[in-house]
Design a protein around this ligand. Structure first.
Ligand code: SF4
Length: 312
């Protein structure tokens, strides 16, 4: 184990949970050990157009998660931990394979608990010819120190800003102090990447794209979230307002009684109101979703696609 891994994993404080566990012998909240586990590595076409482009984003889905979202669509990997362990060298080869397939970027999906292992994999991949921008696709519940650690290896930051009210972060994601934690993280991401830089094909090369998912019955919180983001960052970030909330197919046991409001879809009129609100505020850099809300058909199969393609 190299010094960076030893310093960060033997007393892990990579995310705001700050468990302080030695991951060589114990597991913290996220249940991730020292080995990186992934469940899928493949071209992905369902991100924002500046990420997916024509060919797709080279998405690598990591197992386990530092958040505990009750409505998670990737539950089998985030909560269930489904996936396969890969070495840093093998992960670097997977990145290169995605580049060879024509991916526009390397899209690290829910990577926070593997932040230090990723540095080694990205360094190896860069040495061996990786040229693509690296996208850090995370839940927004991040630590400023970890973002700084990654600043030379990440080009595009793609965090969620899930809630404006702290009580929702606790209720839905078991994440205390979510709003101020995520806002501080986004501020640091902006400091690292600067305002958006797009290439001639409209693909994001550097910058911060913040996603917000409207939840059923939470229009007021979403409006507050949009206000907070625009008030603090203006158009230096790109915003993506999402209406694709889908009630989870296999939620935890007491999901229906704990949050009956999350067993339905979003009211389309609430989404229209949120988009109109963002426009009235003067936001210009904003993706919106039109047409029917995405359903579970947009959730990829976590079948280890691309995991063994490059040897290892
Ligand atoms: S990455 Fe995992 S073990 Fe480390 S502090 Fe966060 S939840 Fe705890």
């Amino acid at each position: 184990m190299n010094r960076l891994l030893r310093e960060n994993l033997t007393e892990c404080r990579l995310c705001p949970r700050s468990c302080g566990v030695d991951r060589t012998s114990r597991l913290g909240y996220c249940k991730a050990g020292t080995a990186v586990k992934i469940a899928r590595a493949a071209l992905h076409h369902w991100e924002e157009p500046c990420i997916s482009g024509k060919n797709g984003s080279g998405a690598v889905f990591f197992s386990h998660c530092t958040l505990g979202c009750l409505f998670c669509q990737n539950r089998e990997i985030s909560h269930g931990g489904k996936g396969q362990a890969v070495s840093a060298a093998h992960l670097g080869e997977i990145f290169l394979e995605l580049q060879a397939q024509g991916a526009h970027n390397i899209n690290l999906v829910t990577p926070t608990h593997y932040a230090v292992q990723l540095i080694e994999a990205l360094m190896l991949a860069r040495q061996n010819g990786l040229l693509l921008p690296v996208v850090y696709n995370c839940g927004g519940y991040e630590k400023v120190e970890t973002i700084r650690l990654l600043s030379h290896f990440v080009d595009v930051w793609l965090p969620d800003f899930k809630y404006a009210q702290a009580r929702l972060g606790i209720k839905y994601s078991a994440a205390p102090h979510y709003p101020e934690t995520a806002l501080a993280a986004i501020a640091e991401m902006l400091k690292c990447a600067g305002p958006p830089v797009l290439d001639g094909d409209g693909l994001l090369q550097r910058g911060v794209l913040v996603r917000h998912l409207l939840l059923p019955g939470q229009l007021a919180d979403s409006m507050q979230a949009v206000s907070l983001l625009y008030g603090r960052f203006g158009d230096d970030i790109i915003l993506s307002l999402m209406n694709q909330y889908t009630p989870p197919e296999n939620p935890g046991d007491d999901f229906d009684t704990r949050c009956p409001e999350l067993t339905r879809r979003v009211n389309p009129r609430h989404y229209e109101a949120l988009v109109a609100f963002a426009a009235e505020l003067g936001i210009t850099r904003c993706y919106i979703q039109d047409g029917p809300a995405a359903g579970s058909e947009f959730i990829p199969a976590f079948d280890l696609s691309g995991v063994n393609a490059s040897g290892g």
